[in-house]
Design a protein around this ligand. Structure first.
Ligand code: 5GP
Length: 211
């Protein structure tokens, strides 16, 4: 596959604010392709089908798994989540930067297929702050909160499998750091072509552009 866009994968424990970071990033970089995942979980208040998620029944999700239509899929908190493959590969081939906001299991599956992607792990400043953020959302029972905290500890153990770690203390700072990583990725030498016998008036290097 000839790919010119960057693949940016963001994970982090539930409640670290990665969703808010991605929303804020979208304001700054509306040109990026934000992958819409499929899920079997029911929509929360205010969530719109096709925008926040593709809300699917279990049967349809299983059929998509069977047809190998996901780049990755995983079970998270008793629901299935998956990244539809075609929109992501098409966007990358057209040279668009693609953002996936997925859990650690999914990110590691994507990394095994696309080690050239950029893997960013968002962490909360402390476990206490993480817990109070989850509690203040008011959407989970104590049992679910305990489950999320236990999962957070398991996910943090994978931190070194990511290329970058960002502590989400001040939102705008965290978003700026993600943006800096994306900008740096655009400057990677493998993205450029050098003209050996360059005409002095021509650019010395050009960015690889999609065919
Ligand atoms: P929520 O139900 O709170 O929106 O998401 C729960 C978790 O599922 C989050 O950690 C989120 O990053 C993860 N998630 C969302 N979409 C996907 C996906 O397509 N694949 C995987 N593996 N995880 C996902």
């Amino acid at each position: 596959m000839s790919v010119t866009g960057s693949l940016i994968v963001i994970s982090g424990p539930s409640g670290t604010g990665k969703g808010t970071i991605c929303k804020s990033l979208f304001q700054r970089r509306p040109d990026m392709f934000y992958s819409v995942s499929a899920t079997t979980r029911p929509p929360r208040a205010g969530e719109v089908d096709g925008i926040h998620y593709h809300f699917l029944g279990k049967q349809l999700f299983a059929e998509m798994v069977e047809r190998d239509e996901f780049l990755e899929w995983a079970e998270v908190y008793d629901n299935m989540y998956g990244t539809p493959k075609i929109p992501v590969t098409e966007a990358l081939q057209k040279g668009r930067d693609v953002l996936l906001e997925i859990d650690v299991q999914g990110a590691l599956k994507v990394k095994s297929k696309a080690p050239w992607g950029v893997y960013i792990f968002i962490v909360p400043p402390s476990l206490q702050i993480l817990r109070s953020r989850i509690v203040s959302r008011g959407t989970d029972s104590m049992e679910v909160i305990d489950k999320r905290m236990a999962k957070a500890l398991g996910e943090l153990a994978h931190l070194h499998e990511y290329n970058y770690v960002i502590i989400n203390d001040v939102l705008e700072d965290a978003v700026s750091k993600v943006e800096s990583i994306i900008n740096a990725e655009k400057c990677r030498s493998h993205r450029y072509q050098l003209f050996g016998n360059a005409d002095v008036n021509q650019p010395l290097v050009t960015e690889n552009v999609p065919e």
